[in-house]
Design a protein around this ligand. Structure first.
Ligand code: GLU
Length: 309
């Protein structure tokens, strides 16, 4: 099967219709006060295929807070900067615990289970704070290059909102530092972390950015390799096993694609060598994943008839 034989737009329109009358289930995240202000009925989806064609519906062009989806971008940059040394400081196993759990760190002596739980992402943030004199500018530059869109930016209001209430992340980074797994000043690491989570991007921009994970580390139409084939293989494996909080098994079972979600209600998934797809619906299920987003992606792999399995 080649991607241009699949009628993606028809399938996306069907998904939009199927869910148009479904009552919303789940709750919009409120522990970051700014996120609670987002209307719960936003719903958009964008699929970018390897022929360079875009397929979409709904609020797919509206920017939202990507939150933990940013952890895939920071992991990518950290792998480029320090290579395999990274794995001395963070593991590659699913955690099976909530994303903001502190208790696992005690047993694991300050080595977070994987880069997508908060503890792991804070270690990755520390790596980037060490690697760049201006890590926020480096992250934006990476995103601008892979999307060819220099207007992508942090939402300072969301970053400040999380910083004001980010007690758990403050606790986490201090705890990590007590184990010697944070090199820099904790305020500097948290400032970078709160900003990466406050990146504002649309489904369309996320699909464009994630195409590198479906296309051997390259953007479409270019030979420039942003990530090596081996790095892409590893990042996709981590998305598959750890990308959905402690619901990664359920996501594999229902959808069958590597991906990453965030508490802003976004989910990005890739079908290697076929497409990158993003969906946004703010209400979250009890595990923290967009309830409607997950259901829409389940329909996508069912209606197209293929996932990675
Ligand atoms: N900024 C959020 C936090 O650290 C990210 C959570 C998420 O999207 O998983 O709590």
């Amino acid at each position: 099967m080649t991607s241009n034989k699949v009628e993606y737009q028809k399938i996306l329109s069907q998904i939009q219709n199927e869910f148009s009358d479904t009552p919303l289930s789940g709750k919009v995240a409120s522990y970051i006060p700014e996120l609670a202000k987002v209307p719960s009925n936003k719903f958009g989806m964008h699929l970018y295929d390897l022929d360079g064609e875009s397929h979409c519906f709904g609020d797919s062009n509206e920017r939202f807070s990507i939150q933990s989806i940013s952890k895939v971008f920071t992991l990518s940059l950290a792998m480029k900067m320090v290579g395999d040394k990274l794995w001395n400081r963070v593991g590659v196993e699913p955690s099976g615990d909530p994303f903001n759990s502190l208790s696992q760190l005690e047993n694991d002596s300050g080595i977070p289970r994987n880069p997508f739980i908060n503890a792991g992402a804070l270690v990755i943030a520390d790596v980037l704070v060490s690697a760049f004199s201006n890590p926020k500018a480096a992250l934006l530059a990476f995103l601008h290059e892979i999307t060819d869109d220099s207007s992508i930016d942090f939402d300072e209001t969301v970053a400040a909102s999380e910083q004001a209430e980010g007690y758990r992340n403050y606790a986490m980074v201090n705890y990590l530092k007590s184990f010697g797994n944070i090199e820099n000043d904790v305020e500097e690491v948290l400032d970078f972390y709160f900003h990466q989570c406050a990146l504002s991007m649309s489904c369309k921009e996320l699909s464009q950015a994630f195409i590198i994970f479906a296309n051997h580390g390259k953007i479409l139409g270019s030979d420039r390799e942003f990530l090596t084939g081996q790095q892409v293989k590893r990042i996709n494996a981590l998305m598959q096993t750890c990308g959905f909080y402690d619901e990664a098994g359920e996501f594999s079972f229902e959808v069958g694609l590597p991906g990453k979600s965030g508490v802003g209600g976004g989910i990005v998934a890739i079908n290697p060598y076929y497409y990158a797809v993003s969906v946004w619906s703010p209400p979250l299920n009890p595990k923290g994943n967009s309830a409607l987003g997950m259901a829409a992606l389940e329909r996508l792999t069912t209606l197209t008839g293929f996932s990675i399995f």
